[in-house]
Design a protein around this ligand. Structure first.
Ligand code: PLP
Length: 378
């Protein structure tokens, strides 16, 4: 039996999504730009998917641009703002995903931007005072995630946007972990750009979207056939776009299911915390309903993840891309966790497919593994 609690790394593609996509491989394989019937069929499907994604975000379809992933959406928004109105400072937080932080550090090194990184506290909450000070008339963009991928902590984006608006600063929100799990509405967030990625909410890997507020113009990352209003050239990945549309519709329908996901997540945490004094939950305040980041003090997270895996439980010892490294995750370090807690941090992330039985089994498996790892040899 496999218990998949690594849904912040990626999710299972929903059956409904696969069904919606299949005809666009086998029958309707036309290029949306071709003027014949098969091409028009694909174009209609892309339009339809755009409307569904727009509905998930409560925006107009014209404000949705398809990309290949969250990483690309982030790069498109960030690079697009550099130098606008002569502004070259970009402000971000210490707990952003590498698709934001690594890009910004590279841009800083090459002298293209001035970078300010706002710290977070032990609970994973951003320092709003430091944010206020960082945002000034030379700032082109503040880029901030809505929900943190390792802890699930939800940032006060609307508050940051109000500060940004007072200085004429544009706002990019990396909503890759939030979309499909909580409401993501650029109007209430005060966002000019919002990135989402299909594989985090039951669409396939390799499809994303960027919301760009109507009236804002940014340059593309590359040039070509002029698809997506010239912002993202390259023949549209029609089946994947259809999949993103179908997943968006499912997410809209199933928002209420997040209540049951939260109930299971809370029960999982309670079981683990009751079972061992070594456990403590990382990140507090508002959190994604599906995410639980637990430190097992003094335990090596990689060893625990390995043992869980051998018992059929998939979890993550940091963000997916970093889990091969033994070092504590950059996010736990930024939160100022003591080393023995930082290296023992494990992320369990649920989905709408998680069951109560899986929660029981996963918690008892984790506790048994902890007991083995802490057993004193006789
Ligand atoms: N932003 C966040 C917060 C993420 O968690 C991830 C993926 O883990 C990304 C961006 C990158 O998304 P993608 O894998 O679609 O490139």
């Amino acid at each position: 039996m496999l218990i998949y609690l690594d849904n912040n790394a990626t999710t299972r593609v929903a059956d409904e999504v696969i069904e919606a996509m299949q005809p666009f491989y086998r029958e309707f394989y036309g290029n949306p730009h071709s003027p014949h019937a098969l091409g028009r069929r694909s174009q209609d499907a892309v339009d339809d998917a755009r409307a569904r994604v727009a509905s998930l975000l409560s925006v107009t379809p014209e404000e949705v641009y398809f990309t290949s992933c969250g990483t690309e959406s982030n790069a498109l928004a960030i690079r697009g703002c550099i130098g606008q109105d002569g502004r070259r400072k970009i402000v971000t937080t210490a707990v952003e995903h590498p698709s934001v932080l690594a890009l910004l550090r590279a841009l800083e090194t090459s002298g293209e931007i001035e970078l300010v990184i706002v710290p977070v506290n032990r609970a994973g909450e951003i320092d709003l005072q430091a944010m206020q000070i960082a945002l000034d008339d030379s700032t082109a963009l503040v880029t901030i995630m809505l929900a943190q991928n390792e802890t699930g902590v939800i940032h006060p984006v609307a508050e940051v946007s109000r500060m940004a608006a007072a200085r004429g600063v544009k706002v990019h929100v990396d909503a890759v972990q939030a979309a499909g799990k909580i409401d993501v509405n650029p109007a209430t967030l005060g966002a000019d750009f919002v990135s989402i990625s299909g594989h985090k909410f039951h669409a396939p890997k390799g499809i994303g979207a960027l919301f760009v507020r109507k009236g804002i113009r940014i340059p593309p990352l590359w040039y070509g056939g002029g698809q997506e209003e010239g912002l993202r050239s390259g023949t549209e990945a029609v089946p994947s776009i259809v999949g993103l549309g179908a997943a968006s519709e499912l997410a809209v329908e199933k928002f209420k299911m997040q209540q049951s996901v939260k109930r299971m997540r809370d029960r999982f945490e309670a079981l683990v915390l009751e079972g061992t004094p070594l456990a403590s939950v990382n990140g507090s305040g508002l959190r994604l309903p599906n995410t639980s980041n637990i430190s097992f003090s003094g335990i090596n997270a990689s060893r625990l993840v390995f043992m869980l895996d051998r018992s059929g439980v998939c979890a993550s010892g940091g963000s997916a891309c970093q889990s091969a490294k033994p070092d504590p995750s950059a996010v736990m370090t930024a939160m100022g966790l003591p080393l023995e807690q930082a290296i023992g941090a494990i992320r369990f992330s649920l989905s709408r497919y998680t069951t109560d039985e899986e929660i029981d089994l996963a918690s008892s498996t984790a506790l048994a593994a902890i007991e083995k790892l802490t057993a004193v040899p006789v």
